[in-house]
Design a protein around this ligand. Structure first.
Ligand SMILES: [Zn+2]
Length: 122
């Protein structure tokens, strides 16, 4: 097993996963970078490092629905849940945030607006 060690690899940015190749492979098919031996390490410090919030809702289901709509359009997205305002004696208000890598912010924001307007249900 080999893997692409380029931290700017198109495959890594797009899928948040380091591309892996068979031993016969010489260069990465996504970025043409040279390959390192061994299995790909978990991309903890690369990819998805600077996510931008493009959508916030108190409806967790809508957050997850938007994420899957973005992923259908090949935009990587994550849903982060927060419990806000949980002072003593109060019920926590759960909100979710949908975040995408910076290069997808413009398109994802446009889709999120269309989603909120009910134009994206499919
Ligand atoms: Zn690569």
């Amino acid at each position: 097993m080999k893997h692409c060690s380029n931290t700017e690899c198109a495959h890594l940015i797009r899928f948040n996963r380091i591309a892996e190749y068979r031993d016969e492979a010489v260069t990465c098919s996504d970025c043409a970078g040279s390959l390192s031996d061994g299995e790909a390490p978990e991309p903890i410090s690369v990819g998805f490092r600077e996510l931008v919030t493009i959508y916030e809702s108190r409806d967790q289901i809508r957050g997850h629905l938007l994420r899957s709509l973005l992923e259908q359009r090949e935009i990587p997205a994550v849903v982060i849940g927060d419990a806000l305002g949980a002072a003593v004696g109060e019920l926590p208000v759960l909100t979710v945030r949908v975040q995408v890598p910076p290069e997808f912010v413009r398109e994802a924001s446009r889709l999120a607006l269309a989603f909120d307007a009910g134009e994206l249900e499919d």
